[in-house]
Write a protein that binds this ligand. Sequence first.
Ligand code: AMP
Length: 287
Amino acid sequence: MRIIRSTRILESILRQEERERGRYSLGFVPTMGALHEGHISLIRRARRENNRVLVSIFVNPLQFGPHEDFHRYPRPLAKDTGICRREGVDIVFLPAVREVLRSKYLRKERPPKSLSAALCGPFRPGHFEGVAAIVLFFFRIIRPDKAYFGEKDYQQLRIIEEVTLRHFKRKIEIVRCPTVREEGGLAKSSRNAYLSGEKRRAAMKIYKALREGRRMILNSSPKAESVFRTMKCILEASPAIQLDYLSIVDSKTLKKVVKLKARRRHPLLIATAVRIGKTRLIDNILV
Ligand code: AMP
């Protein structure tokens, strides 16, 4: 496994490999590190589907707001590279913030407004622009055949699908990977490291509420109102939880759905973001 920090060196290695190996398939897993089973499931899938696997670890300053946790975001680098080695990753790319921000490959990107203004959009101004810019930066250098993203960050995934299509047509396949959860249902997240005791117990209510919402919709096609009421009751039973939003949307357009009974072309998505103390958690479920 090679650990590479320089964009220029990575480019020259990848272009050389392209020439030498002719057709080979390169799978790319972008991460911000503090790797857990969620990330590992993406890496394993990439390993199964490609003969080369590249993982990037980069805490992207462009996707954090001024009062968010950029500086305290966990960075257990030695542990992360150990996991990558164990999982048979070929290249770990660890670019320095300064080099990325100066790179000619980094360009401003405006994701479709209808997607970036939904769900987390109003709570994290500029976040998805920052995510899209950095993912496209990686794509321009790495030119992967397939790139792996978790459904846990569903809005991010939809935005990346769209901006990838915009710039690369079908040259890069975006592979959706299901959310990996802890035993109690809490979605694995690097930010779970901030939770202990009471807060962790509160966080377990999130998936409980989402599952109950899905159960209601599948069993009885009720009014959206009563689904929201039930889910909110479950969440708000925990005084530690502050709700940013709880929405039922079309999983392709992310537009709000009011008539749950109507026939539809795409599954529904129930999505939520909550704050527990200073920690913001998101989760979703497809129906
Ligand atoms: P992050 O390091 O949080 O930027 O996440 C890197 C990638 O891992 C993103 O595509 C995430 O959606 C994905 N990911 C994070 N947590 C999970 C999870 N619990 N299950 C599946 N994928 C995940």
